[in-house]
Structures are given as structure tokens and as C-alpha cells.
Write a protein that binds this ligand. Sequence first.
Ligand code: ZN
Length: 555
Amino acid sequence: MKTILVLVTVVISLCAVAEDKPAADLIVTNAKLYTVDKSHSRAEAVAVIGTRIVAVGTSAEIDAWRGPNTRVIDARGRLVLPGFNDAHVHFISGGLQLDSVQLNDAESPEEFARRIGNFAKRTPKGEWITGGDWDEEKWSPPHLPAKELIDSVTPDTPVFVNRYDGHESLANSAALKLAGVTAKTPDPPGGTIVRDAQGNPTGVLKDAAQGYVWKVAPPLSHERRLRAAQRALAYAARLGVTSLQDMGPDPEDVAVYSELAERGELTSRIYSVPPIASVEDQVKVGIRHAWGSDYLRLGALKAFADGSLGSTTAYFFEPYTDAPNTRGLLNSEMIPLSKMRDRMMKGDAAGLQLCVHAIGDAAISQILDLYAELEKAHGAADRRWRIEHSQHVALKDFDRYAQLHVIASVQPYHAIDDGRWAKRRIGPERIRTTYAFRTFLDKGVRLALGTDWTVAPLNPMLTLYAAVTRATLDGKNPNGWVPEQKLKLAEAIEAYTMGSAFAEFQESQKGSLTPGKLADIVIVSDDLFAIDPKHIRDVQVDTTIVGGRVVWNRE
Ligand SMILES: [Zn+2]
């Protein structure tokens, strides 16, 4: 209804300038449109008035919308898609990481130490070195770093650099000292202090144990957050990410988004999903799911059930194959379980959407149990519960996703990344239902695609490449790792646009190139459907349009 009203208003206001049709503000023509709209999946051109699409059709049909002031973009035969909607990012930390030490591609402990040492020379006194996104799986042989590796190059600079999955971090001695972490410090619930043979902390803190150091790290200033958001927005525009769903922001992050929205500077639409610990706040205000504007929404809660596979903290029914003494860790939010249940009940009763991180099969099962309890308590409704990551699913649980209408919010890049070593970690049987995108679709489960940036790169082409090829980063599975779980390109694009839009209750507003929807459009350098899938990762976004406004143009 709202859409129709908008169109009527536009039509009336523009009747004066055109004889039979209002003129478009923007036309993208001579293109290969893949619309993700089942009623007309292929077209050549699209017309936009204001912030919305008014027509999709052949170049000749759309030409009729041209007026004296219409901006016309000739796509020169290139592929045009709806903008990408990344269903799971950590946006401010992403922006901060763009300015921080880069450790992800440091391929040896020596290189890791060298980069931190160089960065320390440029770090003003009193400031910390954080971020980093290190990946010890790229070292041969892989092993966790320890504080001794970096203490000599950072004697006075506190360092707390995270593994790229965010589930463990390395502190140097300066940071451990400020945090007061010693051999006597106990492991907190849901966390582990990694210790040497003598029981002394090595500097690596897993999951909740990271809290010891975060507590003493200096808070981010407003300016720093604002700069990080601006950096991240520019980066997202370049990559064609026109919507993103920000998982677990601080309240100060939301304030920054709100400021940028007011200034008209948001160039991606943000669904902001604060931690479930803040449930009382959102309930008190009376916000419900997907509340807000086209550019900034609230109304969901992000919770954690467990850790990650890489940190051996994802929670499984059976022990890890390569670490038989553990089956992972439940997150502190799950200890005791009644804490999670209470918060979920409160949020659900108030109409808030629930997005729960769960990676191990046992953690996923427990969250499905809780969702079933909620449904029993509050009745069936269109809630769009999500399980973030949904990585390792017990066979019996796929049907429960479908029955409870739970959305699998997945990040295909993790499959080609973790696929390098996941078999060693959990064995040949469990990897069959790991990153099981095909099984989800076959079972009628909706997918939403994302990256978990900075855990994986924000670039949508890498996600499409991963979903379609499942070729692991080490080049060892060129025909796909667990290839029966590959997605078709059209399925991956749909999950990355309509699927993600559905996961934030916005499928009537965006996710396809359909008249009446928001004009979020990307022009892509190569025809993804025509090229060899192994080249998808090299494709670039040439032009990004958000709400009819060009926010990125390569030329
Ligand atoms: Zn995440």
C-alpha cells in the first residue's frame, strides 16, 4: 500500500513535465539485468524516479521514461543485479581493521612479529594495537602464537590482536599486566586462558577470557567510531554492498549510524542488531522487529550459543577429532541455560527478532530447542528466527529448521577457508553436513548470505565464488570441497539479495529489481553467468547505486 502511495505521489508531481509518462531521474540501459524477480528474471534496462524503481523492461521500453533531465547510464552490455545485502557483518570493527595492522596474510610467526613491531613504531605512546585478524592456520606447521613472539618489539605498547574469527586473541605482556592476568587467574565461564606447561598464560585468551583484557583497553572515541564507519561505508560502496546487517554493535555504534543517517551519509542501509544483553532496553522503548527507516533499522537481538571451529570452541555432541579432550565451549550467555531462555522469551514476547550465533551441532540443537520452546509459549507467528553461521548441523536438525521456519544465515567464504583443515578437526563424517547450503535448500530452509566481515572479506564476489565452487583457499579442492553442497550461481545471488532482505523483513522493499522497490542496483564488470566460475572472484563492481544515487563509480 505504501509503495502504491509513493508511486501515485511521484506520478502526480511529475505529470507536468511529461506528456504521457513522468520522466525518470535515472535510467540504466543496454544492460543484462538479472532481476531476482521470478515474474521477469531477465531484462535490459531499469528506470528510477527518486529513490525507487519505476520500471524494468527492454531498452526500448525504458527509453520511453527518458526526459530532458534524466541521467542515463549506458551499461554497455554488462550484468546488472540488485545490490548485495550482507546479512552478517561487524561493521565498525571492520572499519577499524582497515586502519589497523594486517596480520591475516602474515604467513609465518616471524612475519606476524615483524608486522606488529613495525606497527608499534607508528603507534603513539599510550595507544593500543588491536585488530589484526591473524590466522595461524597459514603457518607451517600451524600453532598458536605466544606473547614471547612479540614482547621484545612491543615493550611499552599494549597489544591485543584477535584471531580472524574473533574467538581468541593474543595479548602481549604489557596488556596482560594491565589486565592483571596471571597464572592464578581462573578461566571464566565460557572462556579459556591458554597456559604453558608451568601454568603461566601464553597470552592467548579464548572467547570469554578475552573479556579480561577488553575490560582494561581504552574505549573507542566517538571520532574514531565515526571515522571507522565512514571508512567501512566507502569500502562497502566500492564492493556493491548496498545493505548490511550489523551484528552486535555497541550503543555508540548505533549513535554513529544515526548521525550519519541524519546527514544523508549512509551509503549502505543498516539493520543494526544489538547484543541480547540489551534486550531490556529495546523492550522498554517498545521497538519491534525491523523498526526504523529505509536506511537504519533496529528491532533484533544478537546472541551467542558457542564459539568457533577454528578456536575449537564451537560446541559439538562429540569431541573434536584432533582435540579429543574437548567438545567445545558454550558461550557464557548460555551459562546457565535459563539466562539465555529468559532473554529470548522477553525479546520474543516483545516482537523482537532473534539472531543467534551457533556453529557446533550441539549448540545449534540447543538453540532449535529454545526456538521450539518459544513457539510453544507464544504461539506461531512470522518471526524469522535466525541461526547465524549454522555451520555444522546434525542430520536430525535440518527438518527442525524447516518446521520452525528458522533462517540459516550463512557465510560461504568460511567453507573454502575452514575447508582447508575442517576434516582434520571434526573428521570425515561431520564434514558431510558442514556448510550444508544445498541440504538447507533441499529441506526448504531459507538462506541469507553474508560474510561475517572481518572474519571473511566483505567482497561479495568472493562469497559467490565460494558458494558456487567450494574450492578451498589452499587450492587442494579445485572441484569443490564436499561438492554436493555447492549452490548454483542464481541460488547464491538470490540468497544474497532476496534471502538477506527476507531475513530482515524487507523483501517487499528491496532484494530484487522490481518496480516499486528501492533502487539499489549494481553494475558488474563481467557476466557472472557466462564466465568460468573460477573467475568469479576476479569480477568487480563498476557502479553502485543506492536509492537512485550513484555512490560508487569505477570510471
Ligand atoms: Zn559474526
